[in-house]
Design a protein around this ligand. Structure first.
Ligand code: ATP
Length: 275
């Protein structure tokens, strides 16, 4: 059977260079397909019996939209943003260390961190951003890992967890996940969304997009990429295809007839998605 032209290039296990192939491939304005990997091999899971997928992408690329789609299919969702809020709650050591590093002016009258003011301070100051990241990232990772440990203890076999983390790659958290899903959107789309959603000026929006890891570099780490600017039904179909792969991997790891295995997403073609 003749494969679609992209399949021969992309049906390569990651250890033989899928990420590099994805990154090297031209980044068209609209991605209308999901790479199909071969039937998942047995791999050494990081949090057995869980299969853990890291979901990442640039600002306003569509991560939350995609993560909701995974949740609809039955994934357990963890969110690094939520943990990022938790680590700077009043009483948390990170908040005290932030105050020590940046001054008491970044605490609101109710004792909470003034995230907006701190964001303004560190944005455009790489040294300050580095300091803030040093105080928060390890703690966010530890909270995520602690949740994964608990899920691993308590979950049925063949449970798939999706960790939504914008900074998965930049923070070096890829060692905590089994697979990486990148939501891809072009900078122009990200800028338009930021202008519409956050009412940023074009230059503010562009600065935020440019400050992040470029899409091409992100894709080097990708096991799967999902089009974050397709029509939503098509994005959903791509998510379903990735879900099917993750679930097959989870079921394979769990062994035949595992009680936690869910059915594959209904009505999803296993070949080309959305042509
Ligand atoms: P952030 O980085 O700010 O957390 P995000 O990557 O989680 O953003 P979303 O919040 O999912 O992105 O999406 C950003 C905006 O783009 C939202 O208004 C959302 O409705 C819209 N959006 C997301 N995916 C699509 C899509 N496939 N087609 C059209 N609009 C989309």
């Amino acid at each position: 059977m003749r494969l679609p032209h992209h399949a021969s290039r992309l049906d390569i296990p990651k250890h033989r260079g899928t990420g590099a192939a994805l990154a090297a491939a031209p980044v068209p304005r609209c991605f209308s397909w999901v790479p199909r990997l071969p039937a998942p091999q047995t791999i050494s899971l990081k949090w057995p019996p869980l299969v853990v997928a890291g979901l990442t992408g640039g600002i306003a690329s569509g991560k939350t939209t995609v993560s909701r789609m995974f949740a609809d299919l039955g994934a357990v969702i963890l969110n690094a943003d939520a943990e990022g809020h938790a680590v700077v709650e009043p009483g948390e050591p990170a908040l005290a260390e932030i105050v020590a590093a940046f001054g008491p002016g970044f605490v609101l009258p109710d004792g909470r961190l003034n995230r907006r003011a701190l964001g303004d301070r560190v944005f455009g100051s790489p040294a300050d951003l580095k300091t803030l990241n040093r105080l928060t990232h390890p703690r966010i990772k530890e909270r995520l890992c602690s949740k994964l440990r608990k899920l691993a203890r308590e979950s049925a076999p063949a449970t798939v967890v999706v960790v939504e983390a914008a900074i998965l790659i930049e923070a070096g958290w890829t060692d905590a996940v089994d697979k990486i899903v990148v939501v891809a959107a072009q900078p122009s789309t990200q800028v338009a969304r930021l202008m519409a959603g956050l009412r940023l000026t074009p230059s503010q929006a562009e600065a935020r997009v440019q400050a992040q890891l470029p899409l091409r570099q992100r894709l080097r780490h990708a096991d799967y990429r999902i089009d974050g600017e397709a029509a939503l039904p098509e994005t959903r179909e791509q998510v379903s295809a990735v879900w099917d792969d993750l679930l097959r991997l989870a079921r394979r790891q769990a062994g035949p007839g595992s009680p936690g295995a869910r059915q594959l997403a209904p009505g999803i073609s296993r070949r080309k998605h959305g042509g």
